[in-house]
Design a protein. Structure first.
Length: 496
């Protein structure tokens, strides 16, 4: 029973809990574990695993999952969720981040699983006397429902507009990475969903990993780090800015280029859920599915010259005989033959390039992680990525569900820290455009007949590649700016 004593006030361990049975209803079952197959049967079961003889391939496993999701989407009927025509996607400005700075500091003990010092309590209490800090407290555990409810209640009772959360969470962003444990995910989800607290008003610090983990080895160093992390967090909270809310035009149609087996399955899945599909076939006759679905608009004997644009507003330049026109679509799916022959132009007036299918490999740096079937161009997918051993049907279905998922059901909001470029000192050298793996940077004409670079915040991932190659320091991050690094370096040198 030592676990009960160690768990202490949280009381997460209950040896008196009895077994319960639940019934869940679903229209489709996707079966990913072949060992459970003998126990489950029926027409509404979709299998998302390969034969036992197939070798383990993570990319193949993922694409089988996408394929199963596509089949479920068609079976359940998703036409009511699909938007038609064109639309403007935007978010209202973040109203939670007001000009009135009222900071609340919440520090989690993590149930003292790594230890705790009395001086830590005293330090958190002193933080309440700092400018703009109206509340500070130490919590037993922030990630349990009671802890989350306590934070939300204090925000409302004291009108807090900024939060400092010292816990195990690394960031306050609305996405999850490999460092997110169940506890971190539960904490972020509990705070940022229907609570009035937004990610832009919270500064999170991993106190558990960066301070408490050192307690047993070096208590003085742990205390020093604890104080430094919280002090810097309070300063950062005073300077928080709302996340960007870029507005974008969306065309809610998809384009499928090619008439291979995979391309045909992509088009049929998208049409099956109600999306308008422009299909550019290579042959003289349209595929049979063009007659089956009235929302597939097939262009026969048409040559696609090039593709430009990005998610929401791709422009496809086509030619039929001597007739030339441009078709706009929100997402594009390319067949393998089309990928090799069609050039992509990120922005009119810039050089075209081949669409490269690159996947991460072990010990190979410099390639961003993309799901199988994705490219570095947001909204452009491959219906038959090479080197993945699954059927062409499954590949096509996987590409379709990726294209359907990327189209917005509502306003999109930037969830991360994006780069900004000062057009007054930009030299228009183009290095940032070449360095950006996500095609998030375009060039625009200024008032003097020159050009400057601009970042599309909807696609910028904040990786900083453009900052590293900018010769004039025009590219910068508002949250980790050049000024921040200069001050950090100055402090380090003074200490030395």
């Amino acid at each position: 029973m030592q676990c009960v004593d160690v768990c202490g006030a949280i009381r997460a361990i209950d040896h008196d809990q009895t077994e319960t049975h639940q019934v869940q209803n679903a229209g489709i079952i996707i079966l990913a574990d072949p060992e459970m197959a003998p126990q489950i049967g029926g027409e509404d079961v979709i299998r998302a695993y390969g034969p036992k003889s197939s070798r383990t391939d993570v990319y193949a496993m993922m694409m089988r999952g996408y394929s199963a999701a596509a089949q479920a989407m068609v079976t359940l009927g998703g036409a009511s969720l699909i938007q038609k025509g064109q639309g403007l996607s935007f978010y209202q400005p973040d109203l939670s981040l007001t000009g009135d700075v009222r900071i609340g500091v919440f520090v989690c003990k993590c149930a003292e699983s790594l230890g705790w010092l009395p001086d830590m309590d005293l330090y958190v209490e002193k933080l309440g006397r700092l400018e703009n800090v109206v509340h500070s407290e130490v919590m037993e555990s922030a990630c349990i429902p009671g802890g989350i409810s306590s934070i939300v209640k204090m925000v409302r009772d004291k009108g807090l507009t900024r939060l400092v959360l010292g816990s195990c969470a690394c960031c306050a962003l609305n996405f999850y990475c490999s460092a997110c444990t169940d506890q971190r995910s539960r904490l972020k989800y509990g705070l940022f969903n229907a609570t009035g607290i937004t990610a832009s008003m919270v500064v999170t610090r991993n106190i558990r990993g960066e301070a408490l983990a050192l307690l047993k080895k070096d208590p003085s160093q742990a205390m020093s780090k604890f104080e430094g992390l919280l002090e810097r967090s309070v300063k950062a909270a005073r300077n928080l800015e709302p996340f960007s809310s870029p507005s974008r035009n969306y065309n809610f149609a998809a384009a499928v280029i090619g008439d291979s087996e995979a391309a045909v399955h992509s088009a049929s899945i998208l049409a099956g859920v109600g999306m308008d599909v422009f299909m550019f076939a290579n042959g003289d006759k349209p595929p049979e599915i063009a007659d089956k679905f009235p929302n597939i608009h097939c262009f026969e004997n048409t040559v696609v010259n090039q593709i430009s644009g990005t998610l929401g507003d791709f422009r496809i330049d086509i030619q039929s005989g001597e007739f030339v026109q441009s078709i706009h679509a929100g997402a594009v799916i390319l067949g393998e033959k089309s990928r090799k022959n069609i050039r992509y132009v990120h922005q009119n007036g810039m050089k075209s390039r081949n669409i490269i299918c690159s996947m991460q490999e072990k010990d190979m740096a410099g390639i961003p992680f993309f799901y199988p079937g994705m490219t570095s161009i947001a909204g452009l997918f491959l219906c038959s990525p090479p080197g993945i051993r699954i059927s062409e049907r499954q590949k096509g279905e996987a590409a379709a569900v990726l294209a359907a998922a990327v189209m917005p059901r509502g306003p999109r909001k930037s969830k991360g820290y994006t780069v900004v470029i000062d057009k007054e000192i930009c030299r228009n050298c183009g290095r940032c455009v070449a360095a950006c793996p996500y095609q998030a940077i375009t060039l625009h004409e200024n008032d003097f007949g020159g050009w400057y670079a601009s970042v599309d915040e909807a696609f910028c991932k904040g990786c900083g590649n453009c900052i590293s190659v900018c010769p004039s320091n025009a590219a910068d991050s508002p949250y980790r700016s050049q000024k921040f690094f200069e001050q950090t370096l100055e402090n380090i040198l003074l200490q030395v």
